[in-house]
Design a protein around this ligand. Structure first.
Ligand code: CP
Length: 301
């Protein structure tokens, strides 16, 4: 049993709780206003680079009236050898009520969560999980189709190294979607035994959602056998492939995007793309997640 309001992975969250969180996020996306009635200090501890997650959390925190501490690893005592545990205990001691953490180690939270009395919101752990990204992807899909039941969703690319794919494949299946995977077979470790591997070209006409992934070069061991051009040709969403999609199909990508690799540059803002809508929804989702953390697990209207 974790601290009420923490969010480490969606795996332990029921589909009812996910639905409630998405409904709250949707209200925020539609302009709902909510501010914390008490002083809340939140520390954003990012041990890996981030643009969207870090700054959409910060925008959401400021709009909820929270006091924000932005931590920079390069200018902190991590440089003097301080452990993750001592860093988070320090923020708790100086008054943080909530921690948002991104860290390169899978399940970094296992080594600290039982030693803290304040909740952690996971902003991404190695190739493990990225629950708020998953929630913003779910919100974007829900806004489009109202339901997940029976949707054909294909996740394309470097699934093995992707925390986004891991979070999404599991939760989308639980919510009733048909999840397929596509891309180089040796990038499917951990997925190929659970999800059907399809040929992108033949599946595209049936796909409601095409979820593209960045090649996670930072997690490869240097044995990348694909040039950008050959990957784009074999597995990327080219203009020709986009034309095979059904009219109502949508394109998602967690970003950052490598234009001309996972998808043609011209498709980043095409009529089927929801890539910037995902980012906008990130603020609404993070407001809902932080409201839940501040109110000890409750979602207040
Ligand atoms: N999608 C995502 O997590 O982006 P950042 O790495 O920029 O936060």
């Amino acid at each position: 049993m974790g601290i009420r309001g923490e969010l480490l992975t969606l795996e332990t969250m029921s589909t009812l709780e996910i639905a409630n969180l998405l409904n709250m996020a949707d209200q925020f996306a539609k302009g709902k206003q909510w501010k914390s009635e008490r002083d809340v200090v939140v520390a954003n501890l990012f041990f890996e680079p981030s643009t969207r997650t870090r700054y959409s959390f910060e925008v959401a925190q400021k709009l909820l009236g929270l006091h924000v501490l932005s931590f920079s690893e390069e200018n902190s005592s991590v440089q003097k050898g301080e452990s993750l545990l001592d860093t988070v205990k320090t923020f708790e001691a100086i008054g943080a009520d909530l921690l948002v953490i991104r860290h390169p180690e899978n399940e970094y939270y296992q080594q600290i969560k039982d030693k803290l009395s304040i909740p952690i919101i996971n902003g991404g752990d190695g190739s493990g999980h990225h629950p708020t990204q998953s929630l913003l992807d779910l919100l974007t899909i829900q806004q489009e189709f109202n339901s997940f039941q029976g949707l054909n969703i294909v996740i394309v690319g470097d699934l093995r190294h992707s925390r986004v794919a891991r979070s999404n494949a599991d939760v989308l299946t639980r919510l009733g979607a048909n999840v397929k995977i596509a891309g180089p077979y040796d990038w499917m470790t951990g997925f190929a035994d659970k999800y059907e591997h399809v040929e992108l070209d033949s599946f595209l006409p049936d796909a409601d959602v095409v979820m593209l992934l960045r090649i996670q070069h930072e997690r490869h061991d240097g044995s990348m056998s694909w040039s950008k051009e050959s990957y784009h040709h074999e597995y990327g969403l080219t203009i020709g492939r986009e034309m095979k999609m059904k009219q109502t199909g949508i394109i998602l990508h967690p970003a950052p995007v490598n234009r001309g690799v996972e998808l043609a540059s011209e498709l980043v803002e095409c009529s089927k793309s929801r890539i910037f809508k995902q980012m906008k929804n990130g603020v609404a989702v993070r407001k809902a997640v932080m409201q839940r953390a501040i109110t000890g697990g409750q979602l207040n209207d």
